[in-house]
Write a protein that binds this ligand. Structure first.
Ligand code: PEP
Ligand code: MN
Length: 337
């Protein structure tokens, strides 16, 4: 349920209504807009005494949230969510570009790649230390050693770190090193994991499952937010279709569509979305043109020797070229790089 307060509502009124909601057994969530304050009542709607809320003089109207997702919905928070991660803004006018290798492989590889992507204008570094691999016989990541190398790369470049967490048991370890916890496509509906990252104070990059609908992606974000962590970034990374020429089909439709439904920022991953390095640049531009808040791109200092995803990784040179070409596209749609 959404409770819209009258424009003159003061702090004490907001607290009064919030307390009333708490007493009904629900959780209030306050969202202050320029003109109105909205309080969401989160929990079992059957507990809400709608008439009592409507009777409060400071309340302008009480409306049900018709969507199954509440905290993520635009009805609930009309204005875009703006995150600040170590000085890097996500969801604002400036696009965020996260770049780095699929996996952290060695000190030399991650430091070199980090320096190159920083030089080209990336604002965060990606790299997997715990890798979700299709085969149990392939490289599974360096684990904590990989996290330590990411930390070194951060010290060298100042770039905040984005890295994947696959297991509830690793959340606190990874949260010690990472600036953003990535939930991979395969874990988008690992509800225990979503609840676990919902309990930590670290932004979460939630990647769309390979056959997840828009509603399922938003419900997964709702899992994280309902545990108290409201710093969620969505990511389109391609879905499975009948198409055989590319690894996945990058569903760019979801970018403008999802913005109608949620205030959360959405990034696009053209690397996993295509699986081919030569498609990364055109799809990056398309993603920016259709309103993505940024990109997450695989870059490797030597893709031919990469242990994972070399075929979809850009060289530092190609990445620098892409950054140059992205600039006018960003400006054409009112964004900055
Ligand atoms: C990744 O970004 O490293 C990754 C494994 O991506 P996804 O979960 O989208 O497959
Ligand atoms: Mn990868």
């Amino acid at each position: 349920m959404i409770v819209v307060l009258k424009p003159e509502a003061a702090e004490k009124d907001i607290e009064f209504v919030s307390e009333k909601i708490r007493k009904m057994g629900l959780k209030p969530h306050v969202s202050k807009g320029e003109e109105r304050t909205i309080i969401g009542a989160i929990g079992d709607e059957a507990l809400i005494k709608e008439d009592q809320l409507r009777a409060l003089r400071i309340v302008e109207k009480v409306m049900p949230i018709l969507k199954p997702y509440k905290l993520v919905s635009r009805e609930f928070k009309p204005r875009d969510t703006l995150l600040n991660i170590g000085g890097v803004e996500i969801g604002g006018k400036k696009l965020v570009i996260i770049a780095g290798p699929c996996s952290v492989e060695s000190r030399e590889q991650i430091i070199l790649t980090a320096k190159e992507v920083k030089k080209a204008g990336a604002s965060m570094l990606r790299g997997g230390a715990f890798k979700p691999r299709t085969s149990p016989y392939t490289f599974q990541g360096l684990g904590e050693e990989g996290l330590k190398l990411l930390q070194e790369a951060k010290k060298e470049t100042g770039l905040p770190i984005v890295t994947e967490v696959m297991d509830t048991g690793d959340v606190s370890l990874i949260a010690k090193y990472a600036d953003v916890l990535q939930i991979g496509a395969r874990n988008m509906q690992n509800f225990q994991l979503l609840k676990a990252v919902g309990k930590v104070k670290k932004p979460v990059l939630l990647k769309r499952g390979m056959s997840a609908t828009l509603k399922e992606l938003l419900m997964s974000a709702e899992y994280i937010m309902s545990e108290g962590n409201h710093e969620v970034i969505l990511c389109e990374r391609g879905i499975r279709t009948f198409v055989e020429y590319s690894r996945n089909t990058l569903d760019l439709n979801i970018v403008p569509e999802i913005k109608k439904h949620t205030h959360l920022p959405i990034l696009v991953d053209p690397s996993h979305g295509t699986g081919k390095y030569d498609l990364v640049s055109p799809m990056s531009k398309a993603a920016v043109a259709c309103g993505a808040d940024g990109l997450i791109i695989e870059v490797h200092n030597n893709p031919e020797e990469a242990i994972s995803d070399g075929d979809q990784s850009l060289t530092p040179k190609n990445f620098a070229q892409l950054m140059k070409e992205l600039k006018p596209v960003a400006e054409a749609v009112g964004r900055k790089l």
